[in-house]
Design a protein around this ligand. Sequence first.
Ligand code: GLC
Length: 465
Amino acid sequence: MKILFAASEIFPFAKTGGLADVAQALPHSLSKHVDIVCVMPLYDFMDKSLLQKSELSFSVILGDITHLITLYTSNYKGVTTYFIQTPMLSDSQELYSSSSGSYANNNPNFGIFCAAIVLLAKELHVDIVHLNDWHTALAALWIKESAPQIKTVFTIHNLAYQGLFDASMLKYFGIDTKYFTMQGIEFHNQLSFIKAGIAYSDIVTTVSPQYAKEIMSERFGCGLHTFLHTHKEKIFGIINGIDLELFNPQTDTALRATFSSTNINSKYLNKNALLKELSLEISQKPLFVMVSRLAEQKGFDLLIDSIEQILKKNLILVIQVDGENSYKQKLVSIAKRFKNLFLQFGYNEDKSHRLYAAGDFLLMPSLYEPCGLSQMIAMRYGAVPVVHGVGGLLDTVHENQQKCGEGIVFSHPTEDALLDAVDRALKLGNNTKEMKRVIGFNMECDFSFDKSALSYIHHYKELVA
Ligand code: GLC
């Protein structure tokens, strides 16, 4: 069985968030069972020295425009990735934005990527194309239309990002108007990429079982819950995992000191090193960390509303983030008034590992969370997660249950609930013996992709049977 796995970002080549981690770790786990290659766009900011030019090349026709595609390849941890290079798609300095503004939800050039995925799938004679998020979703429609022998799986990592375009863009993408219906790709008179992925894929998955249930409701359905209902027989939730080799506190060279579940004391060397870096005295004060994106999804409104109350408690909070400026400004002004709040702006993989290793607790007040990887990475590095019980956070963090993993879970996204959760964490932190038990227990949990990979394989096999 041959699979082509497509995503807009794949670690280590390009990464803005969890999608890139999953698009690396999942194919890596799947490669133990099936023949799998990946495909992503080649962005101009990427380091080309890691890539080889492929002999394969083709052109993609989108509406009236012909795009000449040059292909590159690279191999990371045994999995080959193809890179689609063509000026309009590749010409960007940042993943989802250009000089003319942010493209977070609406870069039409991902249409070129979708068309290139279809051509590559045909060229490589794959049995299944596994698409991820809206940037790849239009490929499902084109595969149904031009290569129905190829089966498609579409994974939703975040339903809120849908790829919406003015209806006039149908012509630009060369899409027949017969697909522009409520059952098809029309969404409030706009063209929706994500609807193509849902309507025309053979199987749709979400990145946690809980999120698969939640998106059927008005609260989490982002306007698509009724449409999703009509497809519910083919929608499955499969929990994400992490690459246990890349996230390994026993071997991680980014850390100040490596450690394991049987040597938790060495974890504290990482905390001490961070405190020193922040010009703080070595102290037993509980250290809360956040590795996140400044976005509404991640609960920054709730956090900012509660942050003064949180910072009045006997704790230190370090936030490593990138994202929306409005949140940035608010945080900066709060940090000026509170000496126990530290902000690290910008994404830095090594720094984030050091933060997980240093933290006693990870704070994750997400409003919604399709899966979330930070909580799993935190548990692997011995930081106890304090989370809003929603989506994948509910599937992976359990309170008082002796079930992998363990943490503090609050049920409602309110100030009171968050403050109460922080208090419960502080109480746990004060009980050194219990804290060490939870840390050790979480570090032993299996957060790998291996089990989930088998669920995907099961669905793949059903499709090609
Ligand atoms: C998106 C989701 C996050 C998920 C990640 C990987 O970033 O917001 O919850 O963990 O994709 O699937």
